[in-house]
Every structure is written in C-alpha cells, then in structure tokens.
Design a protein around this ligand. Structure first.
Ligand SMILES: [Zn+2]
Length: 368
C-alpha cells in the first residue's frame, strides 16, 4: 500500500524551471526512440541516446538523465506501447534513490549545479507514515497559479494496519451519489442542477464560436471541475470517516457498464467525476486503515434483499416492490444491501442467515 503527500517548498526557480523543462525533453526523446525502435530496453536506449543527450543538455546531472530514462521506459512498459506518455515542459520531475536522499526531514535533490537541500514541513496527519513507512520516491512539480514548487513524497508499507469494524454496501446511481446499506442517502440533485446549467451555457457559447466565447468556455470547464472535485471530496470524506465502518463494498466498475442501465446512467458511470469519487473514497479510507472492495454487480438492482427473489420488474425507477414477498423499499437502498450481503457471502462462503446479519465484528483475517 502506498501513500502520498504534497508539501509546498521553496526551490530556486532559475535552476529548477529549466531543469524540469530539459528533463521533459529528455523524457520525450526516450519515448520517441522507444516507439521508433519498438523496444523499452534500458541498455539499448542508453547506448543510442546517452551521449547525444548529454551533449544537448550538459547542465543536467548524469544521474538525473538516467532516472528520467528509466521513468520514460517504464511508462511505456506499463502500457505496452498502447499510449504515448509524452511530457509537457512543465510536467513534474520524478526523483529516485540515485538522485535524492531523505534524512529525517532533510531532503536533498539533484539539480543544475550544486545539489539543493531543504527541510520539509511535514503535515501532522502524515507524521506517523513519514516516520514509520518506507520512502520510495519524490516528484517535484510547479504550479503557475500560485507560483509554487511542490514536493510529492511517496511512502509504502507492506503490512498496513487494518482496523476492524462493520461492512457497508454502497450503491451509486444517477439520483444519488451514494446510498449506504444502513440507509444514508447522498443526493445528487444539486450536482445534476449544476451540470445542467453548465451544459446549457456551454451549448450557447459553442454556438457563438467567438474568441471570447472560447475563453469563457475554458474558464467554465475549470469551474465545473472544481465544483465536482469539492463535492466528491465532501461525500467521500463523510463516508470514509464513519466510525464503525471498516470495509466499504462498491459495485465492480469494470462490469457495471455491460448491464443495460440506460444511456444517461452509462455516461455517468464512464465519467471522470464518477471515477474520481471512487478514487477519493479509496485513498481516504486507506489512510484510516479501512478498505474499499468490489463486488460483482449482477442482479443487485433486481434482487429482493429479504427473500432473494430476482425479477426485472421488481424495480421501477426509485421504487422497489418484490413480486414474491411484497417487500417495499427504496430501490437504491435495496441495491446497497445486496452489494453488502453478496460481498459478505462470497468472502465468508457462509449461509444466507449469516449474510443477513451485518456482522458486528469482522475480523481482518476472514476477508484477507
Ligand atoms: Zn422479496
């Protein structure tokens, strides 16, 4: 398990900005070379490129050039040539053990000219990870607004401490960002209202097509993204912080779209905002020693949580009415309960009787 923290730092811009820019060029040269030669072999790349790039960028330390080479080739290896991982001149610069050292809170980074040493201001909530986990890397980034350098530190541990507690199923839909198996509803009506307004404004500006309209479109897209990010932060924080919950069960996103859930629903499921919500919940939960797990979503919306009878017509929009036992409830709540119970069943291979109890004490071992 990995954890990351970003810390604002003061770095000499006249040395770091050209360095970041040149390292992006070195990175891209390796990407081009790999695609032209159909390989991500480090030794071959070194032979073909090293001397040429040293000549082009004489001020970039040799160790840093090698770090950038490894990063570029590993990025290609990770996607097996399926995407081109090009860097912009302002993209972050990743350091490894060759090019930096961390002693206590003192971080030393390779740079143009002499190495730069700085003392990190580690936030309180990160103190424990910082002191006990293994440090595996740092990335230096620069933001223009405000003009600020950042160091992103990555730590990892092999045995994350996991806390014990109850299991909670979460259903995510169009009308609710989240509905939990214990009956909490996080409405998305405000999100949908805001998105509708942005869509309307976007269409009008697109029709205009003038230069100022394009500028306003861009600003608007930034505002919409920030709004969604804030909303996602808020909901995922509330979910992750629930005291008694240790395991969150979500429907498996990879197969969720294969179900026929309508055009609107599939569009939402495929959106970055939906993905972001899951990312936020995962990292906030893991930071607290909790877990997010995934469950096969088949029949979760059609199955009655009381008698387990499956029928498509059990669900009508947000209403659930079981044709077998007559049970009536909110459709999303029924789905959240099914997600939770399916997970408990599949992970303990217990009886349905066990599954209908929200196991008050889930030992980490049973789910390992
Ligand atoms: Zn029923």
């Amino acid at each position: 398990m990995k954890r990351t923290v970003s810390i604002p730092v003061d770095l000499p811009a006249q040395r770091f900005l050209p360095l970041i820019n040149q390292c992006a060029q070195i990175f891209n040269a390796h990407v081009d070379w790999a695609f032209a030669n159909g390989t991500y072999n480090k030794n071959k790349a070194h032979k073909d490129l090293y001397h040429m790039l040293r000549g082009q960028h004489p001020t970039v330390p040799s160790a840093l050039l090698q770090t950038v080479r490894d990063n570029a080739l590993e990025a290609i290896k990770a996607t097996k040539f399926k995407s081109i991982p090009k860097k912009k001149p302002t993209s972050g610069l990743r350091y490894d053990k060759r090019t930096m050292t961390l002693r206590g809170k003192q971080l030393t980074l390779s740079c143009i000219g002499k190495r730069v040493t700085l003392i990190l201001d580690v936030p309180k909530y990160f103190q424990e990870v910082f002191e006990t986990w293994e440090f595996c890397g740092a990335t230096v980034t620069y933001t223009k607004n405000p003009k600020q350098f950042w160091v992103r530190l990555v730590f990892q541990t092999k045995n994350p401490q996991q806390i014990e507690g109850q299991v909670q199923g979460i259903d995510r839909g169009l009308y609710h960002q989240a509905v939990t198996s214990d009956g909490q509803f996080f409405s998305s009506s405000k999100i949908r209202a805001v998105q509708r307004r942005y869509l309307h404004n976007r269409r009008q500006l697109q029709q205009k097509g003038t230069r100022s309209a394009k500028r306003r479109l861009k600003a608007m897209s930034g505002r919409e993204k920030r709004f969604m990010r804030d909303t996602n932060h808020c909901v995922s924080k509330k979910l992750a912080n629930q005291h008694r919950i240790a395991v969150f069960v979500l429907e498996d996103l990879s197969s969720i779209r294969t179900q026929r859930r309508g055009k609107k629903m599939n569009k939402w499921l495929g959106s970055w905002a939906f993905y972001q919500q899951e990312q936020f919940l995962t990292y906030k939960a893991e930071a607290l020693g909790k877990r997010v797990v995934h469950q096969d979503p088949r029949y979760t919306s059609q199955k009655c949580n009381i008698c387990k009878h499956i029928r498509r017509t059990n669900r009508h929009k947000s209403r659930f009415h079981c044709k077998n036992c007559g049970h009536r409830t909110h459709a999303d709540l029924n789905a959240a309960l099914n997600v939770r119970d399916d997970y408990i069943l599949s992970s303990t291979q217990g009886t349905e009787e066990q599954a209908s109890v929200n196991m008050p004490d889930v030992s980490a071992g049973a789910f390992g």
